[in-house]
Ligand binder design. Structure first.
Ligand SMILES: [Cu+2]
Length: 177
């Protein structure tokens, strides 16, 4: 994908969400007055999992079903730190995978690449950190049984301050919905 293609893609996405906003605004006056309303492609699918752990509000957790032959799985989650001290997602483990790594997506020249985030993900006081497609994800390696839509994948999240929490992440479609 070259820069022109990316620019064209961004323009078409913007045009799409603009026309969608307009359509919704026309659809009902009530919707217009909802400031939180967004056409957000990275929104977590319905049925996603969460938990409360100390000052942390964890929500929107899910994994994607794995396509045949796909060796690794991807998972996403949102963490809000309502407390006054910084925290950090230090590591993730799962009984469904030999190991779970934290990865980030980065443009290297014109190619989107992922790489491991060493040392965990900072969750600053007051911040909301979202692991979402195109930003960060949990990468499941040495997966025992390929993730199937409708199933669940148990994870244990370990935070430096808040401690650890078990969450069962639902498996949604490979497309993420
Ligand atoms: Cu990855």
């Amino acid at each position: 994908m070259n820069h022109n293609h990316i620019a064209a893609l961004l323009i078409s996405i913007t045009a799409f969400s603009l026309s969608l906003d307009r359509a919704m605004a026309q659809d009902s006056g009530a919707m217009k007055s909802m400031p939180g309303m967004r056409t957000d492609a990275a929104a977590a699918p319905s049925g996603s999992a969460g938990a409360k752990l100390g000052d942390l509000d964890i929500s929107g957790g899910y994994v994607r079903a794995m396509l045949p032959g796909q060796p690794v799985g991807g998972g996403y989650i949102t963490i809000h730190n309502a407390g006054k001290s910084d925290d950090k997602l230090a590591s993730v483990t799962s009984s469904s995978a030999g190991k779970v790594e934290l990865h980030e997506m980065k443009m290297e020249g014109e190619i989107m690449k992922m790489r491991e985030i060493k040392g965990g993900i900072a969750i600053p006081a007051g911040a909301t950190v979202t692991l979402a497609p195109n930003t960060m994800h949990m990468m499941f390696k040495q997966v025992k049984m390929p993730f199937k839509q409708g199933g669940t994948v148990p994870v244990m999240l370990m935070f430096d301050k808040a401690g650890m929490v078990d969450i069962n992440l639902p498996v949604v479609s490979a497309k993420g919905n």
